[in-house]
Design a protein around this ligand. Structure first.
Ligand code: 5SP
Length: 192
């Protein structure tokens, strides 16, 4: 794909706080917000007010301010999470999980963030296994290329929160795919 990253031109997001606010009027569901942005601090207040449940930022853009960011996310009533890109070592998020005010979720990207429909990277399961061994009760999320053919690898490595796009929205029966994903995670949790 020949795609060049644009510079920021406007401070708004296509699926930003107004979308969360609109959804919140119709559901009590957990709204898990993963902000793939360079300036997550700028969005905490708006997402909190809009009714987001979780706010996940990227470690790659928060190396200098993650402590304040986590505290701010919690102060605004959301669960803080941190995400890491495929090239980022898992050790980089340990301090955030072990902090006095810790993140409550780690999102291991299983594709390069940016586009749906990419191939799952099984080698990222080493990160998931490492996190699960070290932190038994941590929420570990995976995102990218998850579907019926890849869920068992992720679930058996220890992932318990699954983000799935193409496999669900491209299925003739999305509910059936969601059930299959859920079943695999539940079965792995019983075994461990
Ligand atoms: O936002 C991203 C990647 O940037 C992911 O959430 C993907 O969009 C998930 O989609 P599939 O890989 O399941 O199609």
């Amino acid at each position: 794909m020949n795609w060049v990253s644009p510079k920021h031109f406007v401070p708004n997001l296509t699926i930003g706080a107004p979308v969360i606010e609109s959804l919140r009027k119709h559901t009590k569901a957990y709204l898990d917000c993963h902000l793939m942005v360079t300036n997550p601090s700028d969005y905490v207040e708006a997402f909190g007010k809009a009714g987001a449940s979780g706010f996940t930022f990227h470690i790659e853009v928060a190396r200098d301010n993650w402590k304040e960011l986590i505290q701010n996310i919690k102060a605004k009533g959301m669960r803080p999470g941190v995400s890491l890109k495929p090239g980022t070592p898992v050790e980089d998020v340990f301090p955030l999980v072990e902090a006095e005010t810790p993140v409550e979720l780690v999102l291991v990207m299983t594709v390069e963030p940016g586009f749906g429909g990419q191939k799952f990277m099984p080698e990222m399961m080493d990160k998931v296994r490492t996190l699960r061994k070290k932190y038994q009760s941590l929420d570990i999320e995976v995102d990218g290329g998850l579907g019926p053919s890849t869920i068992d690898a992720a679930a058996s490595a220890g992932a318990n929160c699954i983000v799935a796009g193409s496999s669900v929205f491209g299925a003739p029966d999305p509910g059936q795919v969601i059930s299959a994903l859920r079943k695999s995670v539940e079965a792995s949790q019983i075994k461990s």
